[in-house]
Ligand binder design. Structure first.
Ligand code: CTP
Length: 409
């Protein structure tokens, strides 16, 4: 049997990037031989094994044939006769279809190295269409390598468009899609992921609610970029520039969905878009089974981002309601993430990226003021049950009034 390093490990070494996990392909071996060498099989009929010591993935060279719709519809053909070239041709991108032996000799039948040098993400063969998840993968690689100047080859974008229009993307499971989406959002240029999905019409299938924001105007006085889709991409770009966590990035992507529902005759104003957007945010959250913290923050940011921007004008009672909605007493981190998302929203406007956002510190101060109310003295006064709750609220309101007065003095 011959063993080669394949995929991302070869690509990233040639790019001079750190290699984290290594995938191997084994040519000329049978399952029985692998088991005899102590490799542990992954799943029942999948020709992939884990190395007994390193735990790295070793896959038997294989060809795949599609036997039905969706990822479930695969039959694998792995046998000792399958050549390295046959294995490589069924992979997604030329830059991912190179193999290397233990002497670092490169096998590159589909010109991955040439495409690496010319910064092109190009599919290897029509077998690309066997797995529609690759549409998301290509968009994710475009986001990751945008800083190096990579773009998607026109013929690959065409194929991605065909796949998107064929209905194949709808067969993807929430789990597989979310894995790609969440990884793409954590790249340095996540806005490129969304842009590429839009360019190949996949965005319309995956997140029609986000796609609908393009072409929707906002008032130029607040939003010099005007277009809501362009704004959303800029907010995401700011979130990445400021190294925000996934929760914040997800909330940034979805915060303005309500603007896609505004009747044209009301443009460029978007009355109550915060509230109208909630059902859309919920739908996207559930479609991809986003983790609970992402779901929660997206809904809260959707509902309250305008409150964040108007923080300095809010009445103490409204400030209190905001803090209560976030349960800032038990979940201080979530409120911090809300503040961050609001700030990214404000910075994601053309020409206003560097403008300071005093609302952030003001909101932090308000949270500290409300949290500083001590419960013990109220207990000592004999308050219990719902009356205690009311008393705490009154004290917090007092604290917020004093805070607001002090801040505006
Ligand atoms: N691959 C593919 N189609 C997929 C998934 C994987 O063709 N849907 C192939 C590619 O050759 C890829 C390799 O399997 O390079 C390993 O896949 P994976 O570990 O998911 O990705 P990497 O390319 O290693 O990239 P990353 O750095 O994002 O992990």
């Amino acid at each position: 049997m011959q063993i080669y390093k394949v995929g991302g490990a070869v690509r990233d070494r040639l790019l001079g990037k750190p290699v984290t996990d290594i995938d191997w392909v084994v040519v000329g071996a049978t399952t029985e031989e692998m088991l005899a060498k102590g490799f542990r099989p992954v799943g029942a009929d999948f020709p992939v094994f884990l190395h007994p010591k390193s735990g790295e993935e070793y896959a038997l060279a294989r060809t795949e044939r599609k036997s039905g719709r969706g990822y479930g519809g695969f039959t694998f053909h792995a046998s000792p006769e399958v050549t390295l070239e046959e294995d490589l041709i069924r992979r997604d991108l030329t830059i991912n279809a190179m193999a290397e032996d233990d002497q670092q000799n490169l096998t590159d039948p589909y010109h991955g190295q040439r495409d690496l040098e010319s910064r092109i993400l190009r599919h290897v063969s029509p077998a690309f269409a066997e797995d529609p998840l690759r549409v998301l993968r290509v968009a994710r690689f475009a986001a990751r390598y945008a800083e190096l100047g990579f773009t998607v080859a026109p013929e690959t974008l065409d194929l991605m468009r065909q796949l998107s229009e064929s209905g194949e993307l709808e067969a993807l499971t929430a789990e597989r899609s979310w894995k790609e989406i969440s990884r793409a959002l954590m790249e340095d240029q996540p806005q490129v992921f969304i842009q590429v999905l839009r360019d190949c019409t996949a965005l319309k299938v995956l997140m029609p609610e986000v796609d609908a924001l393009f072409g929707v105007p906002q008032p130029e006085a607040h939003h010099p970029e005007i277009d809501t889709g362009v704004h959303t991409l800029s907010v995401l770009e700011q979130a990445a520039l400021h190294k925000q966590p996934l929760t914040v990035r997800w909330a940034c992507l979805l915060h303005d969905l309500g603007k896609g529902l505004t009747p044209e005759e009301e443009w460029p104003r978007h009355i109550a878009h915060e509230h109208k957007g909630l059902k859309l945010i919920k739908a996207v959250n559930e479609r991809f089974k986003a983790p609970k913290d992402c779901q929660e923050l997206a809904l809260l940011v959707g509902q309250y981002h305008t409150h964040g921007h108007r923080a300095l004008e809010l009445k103490p009672s409204t400030l209190l309601e905001l803090l209560q909605s976030f349960d800032v007493y038990r979940r201080p981190q979530r409120f911090e993430e809300f503040i961050a998302a609001c700030e990214m929203d404000a910075r994601g406007r053309k020409g206003l990226e560097q403008r300071s956002y005093p609302q952030a510190d003001y909101l932090r101060g308000a949270a500290t003021a409300a949290r500083s109310v001590a419960v013990q003295p109220l207990l000592e006064k004999g308050f219990t049950g719902p009356e205690l709750g009311e008393a705490i609220k009154r004290e917090r309101l007092k604290a917020l009034k004093a805070y607001k007065e002090a801040a505006s003095a």
